[in-house]
Design a protein around this ligand. Structure first.
Ligand code: G3P
Length: 217
């Protein structure tokens, strides 16, 4: 399972990279705005800064909503750095753009997936990754993890190579359950990744080991 961090915060990206378990980064316009990164040039520079911190794929989202605009913008994003993955929304023009980039050998991440049907279309169009937003489904009383299970079943039925990138992961149990289901990738906050570290018996056990060692020396 790949671990991506879902942020545009460079300090958090550095911290996750230093932990040694980071496989990539996802961003979106809201995450960029949260860090105060505005204006086309600053946004493009920020993508390059992120690519220079991590070793893996970095999703950079197009703003255009029409096919020609998505192609223009996606090509420009892809030319920024070899690690850039062009992030495209699940719309009719988006599906056409996924197919275009797939034929051109440019990696894509289809975003804003909320149904199995949308996941099927993204795979048919040749998306490298597709991102079901599990937290946002949970927010509206719909089981986000059940969507991941259903997509896993459909993709396995036909051996689709599109990777299931569980997005809108909000906490550590989301992450653990996505791993049980077999999501290929999860993207979430640093806290969800670091939450995996915690167990009180580990803390108690370590304290006892150190206390016993001290007694014997
Ligand atoms: O990057 C897309 C997705 O992960 C957003 O998460 O928490 O805003 O629903 P959230």
């Amino acid at each position: 399972m790949k671990f991506f961090i879902d942020t545009a915060n460079l300090d958090q990206i550095r911290e996750a990279q230093a932990l040694g378990v980071l496989d990539g980064v996802t961003t979106n316009p809201s995450l960029m705005a949260k860090e105060g990164i505005t204006g086309a040039n600053n946004i493009l520079k920020h993508y390059v800064d992120i690519c220079e911190i991590v070793d893996g794929d970095v999703s950079a989202e197009v703003i255009a909503v029409d096919f020609e605009g998505m192609i223009r913008e996606g090509e420009s994003l892809a030319s920024l750095h070899p690690q850039v993955v062009v992030k495209i929304p699940m719309t009719e023009d988006g599906v056409k753009a996924l197919k275009y980039f797939s034929d051109a050998g440019i990696k894509t991440n289809c975003t804003l997936i909320f149904s199995v049907g949308q996941a099927l279309l993204a795979a048919k169009a040749g998306a490298t990754y597709m991102s079901p937003f599990i937290g946002r489904l949970d927010d509206v009383s719909t089981d986000g993890l059940e969507l991941i299970e259903d997509i896993r079943l459909v993709y396995d039925n036909y051996a689709f190579e599109t990777q299931i990138l569980a997005a809108s992961v909000r906490h550590t149990m989301h992450l653990v359950n996505c791993a049980k289901i077999g999501a290929d990738v999860m993207t979430g906050p640093l806290a969800a990744i670091k939450g995996l570290l915690n167990h009180p018996l580990t803390d108690i056990g370590l304290a006892k080991f150190l206390a016993d060692h001290k007694k014997g020396n």
